[in-house]
Design a protein around this ligand. Structure first.
Ligand code: MN
Length: 228
C-alpha cells in the first residue's frame, strides 16, 4: 500500500442524477470564444479559427451552490457553460467515435476575474489568475447520457436576480462537442474523469456579493448559485 508523506489530496467527486456512484474529476478543459455573439462582445471575429483552450483545476469545481466573491478583483463575471464529462478517452480520437467517450453533462459556470484576465491578455501572459481560482467553476450534478441522450441543442439561460443576462442555444456553438473532443485529443491524452466546459453565449457580465444566479440548460434542469 502507498504511504503518502503529506495529507492525501481529495479527489473532486460529483453527484450523478439517479445513481449512487459519483463522477471523479481528473482534468478540466475550457474552450474560449465558442459562441459567435460572445466572441463579438469580447472584440473578436466569430470565424472558425481553430479552437483554443485553457484549464481550470479539478478542485475548482464546486457543487455547494455558493460562490465566494474571490480576492484581488473588482470585476468577476458569470459565464454559463455546458460541461461535458468523459467516460473514457485516448489520443487522436476520430470524429465519428468522439461521442462514445461522453459519460454525461452538467450545468456549470466559468467564473472569471475579468479585470485580471484583461491584464494577462494585454501582456500576453497565461490566464490562470483570471480563470483557475478557488471555487471558480460552480457545477450541478452530472446527468448521464443514458438518461438525457446526447445534447446538441437546447436553450441555455442565466439570470442574475431574476433578470435574464445570457440566453443562447447549444446549437450556436462554433465548435461542436464531438469536434472539441477530437481536437483536444490531438494535443492531450484524454481519459475518464475529464471535464470540458464548452464555452459561453453572449451577455457575460459582473456579479456582486448577494447576487443570485439562476442557471438552466434545456435537458439538465436548473441550478441556483449565490454570490457570498
Ligand atoms: Mn468560458
Amino acid at each position: 500500500m502507498t504511504v503518502f508523506a503529506v495529507q492525501q489530496p481529495k479527489i473532486t467527486a460529483l453527484p450523478i442524477v439517479g445513481m449512487s456512484e459519483t463522477f471523479p474529476v481528473r482534468r478540466v478543459y475550457c474552450i474560449g470564444r465558442n459562441y459567435a455573439a460572445h466572441a463579438v462582445e469580447m472584440g473578436h471575429d466569430p470565424d472558425r479559427d481553430p479552437p483554443f483552450f485553457f484549464q481550470k483545476n479539478p478542485d475548482n469545481l464546486d457543487i455547494t451552490g455558493e460562490f465566494p466573491y474571490p480576492p484581488r478583483t473588482a470585476d468577476v463575471h458569470h459565464e454559463i457553460e455546458m460541461a461535458v464529462m468523459l467516460r473514457s478517452g485516448g489520443t487522436n480520437i476520430p470524429l465519428k467515435q468522439s461521442l462514445s467517450h461522453v459519460f454525461g453533462y452538467a450545468l456549470s459556470l466559468d467564473m472569471t476575474r475579468r479585470d485580471l484576465q484583461g491584464i494577462q491578455k494585454k501582456m500576453g501572459r497565461p490566464w490562470e489568475i483570471g480563470k483557475a481560482f478557488e471555487r471558480s467553476a460552480p457545477v450541478g450534478p452530472v446527468h448521464a447520457v443514458q438518461s438525457v441522450g446526447y445534447l446538441e441543442q437546447g436553450r441555455l439561460q442565466l439570470k442574475v436576480n431574476g433578470i435574464v443576462k445570457q440566453d443562447g442555444n447549444l446549437n450556436q456553438m462554433i465548435w461542436k462537442v464531438p469536434e472539441i473532443i477530437t481536437y483536444l485529443s490531438e494535443f492531450f491524452e484524454l481519459a475518464a474523469g475529464d471535464v470540458i466546459l464548452t464555452g459561453t453565449p453572449a451577455g457575460v457580465g459582473p456579479v456582486t456579493k448577494g447576487d443570485v444566479m439562476d442557471v438552466s440548460v434545456e435537458g439538465l434542469g436548473t441550478m441556483t448559485v449565490r454570490v457570498v
